[in-house]
Design a protein around this ligand. Sequence first.
Ligand code: AMP
Ligand code: MG
Length: 345
Amino acid sequence: MKTRLYRIEELNQSHVQEDIKNTLLSGKLVVFPTETVYGIGAHALDEKGIKRIYAVKGRPSDNPLIMHVSHTQDVFLYTKNHQPYVSKLMEAFWPGPLTMVFEKKDHVPLIITGGLNTVGIRIPSNIAALKIIDIAGVPICAPSANISGRPSSTQFSHVLNDFKDRVDIIIDGGKTEVGLESTVVDVTGPVPVILRPGVITKDMIVAVTKQVMIKQEVSDQEVSKAPGMKYKHYAPKGKMMIVDGAQQDVINFINQHIEKHNKNNQSVGVIVTNDLINCFKKAIVLSLGDPKHEQEIASNLFAVLRQMDEENIEYIYSLSFHQGVYGEAIMNRLMKAANNHIIHL
Ligand code: AMP
Ligand code: MG
């Protein structure tokens, strides 16, 4: 298959719109940018397209897909028994990086919900994403456009790497704005439950709903409300460790390990912020950006993890990022990338 590539400016051209519509309505795949990460899109109510998503991503079939719609009223076509706080969340955070998990109506196929009787839905704010949903005229399932288990795609080059000539169409939207996937909130009960942290934070949700709970990580065996939580995620090829502690201790610890790996002829990478770039020698040092700009750090995370792979790094050490508004979302991705391997000095 030869993938057709379009730039977002071309979405206004009628032949491009026709191609996108025909592709999606015939059960084929279109990769497109959203404000969070790139999504791999298929017609949400067509089994053929959904099966293709699972196959191309290599995604386990019990890990559900998020449905993307462009208007609030569409949500009511697919979901039922809404809690009173739901409309407040919609008003506060849609369009935007918040996914709500609702009780699904019967006609929503179980194949997109991983067999659950709930469905995750969001309205993205990215103009290209909204345009594609409108062009298709149907809801679009769009999980993150990465091979399952690998870092999500936040740049056009990432999706080319993973999906060129494996999907019908890829839309080039440059670098995505947020760079982390949506916050996922279960809104089926009287109190909303955060299943996956994101840039819509607990505090932001509490400000709207007064109460919120956070779902703890689950074991492999546990039957979970968020099956995605139990799978390996965002993993670079190298073995990754997060190092947490006082700054100088962290620098010393990592330098000692660099020394050891160098002696054993093993390649080492360090994930840092701009202020610490020069603290490590004889290692590939990649910065997430200015430590005062959390947004920048979040949006560079997946690109840096992918770059470690391009450099064939065998051992990766990362600083920890607890602080600030995005700290929880950033640490959630880092911990998964490191397979929960953290050392507290
Ligand atoms: P991705 O599309 O790759 O960003 O992953 C979607 C995430 O949303 C996964 O962690 C899923 O487990 C979660 N999710 C989607 N739909 C549901 C649902 N119905 N119930 C619980 N979690 C969901
Ligand atoms: Mg994903």
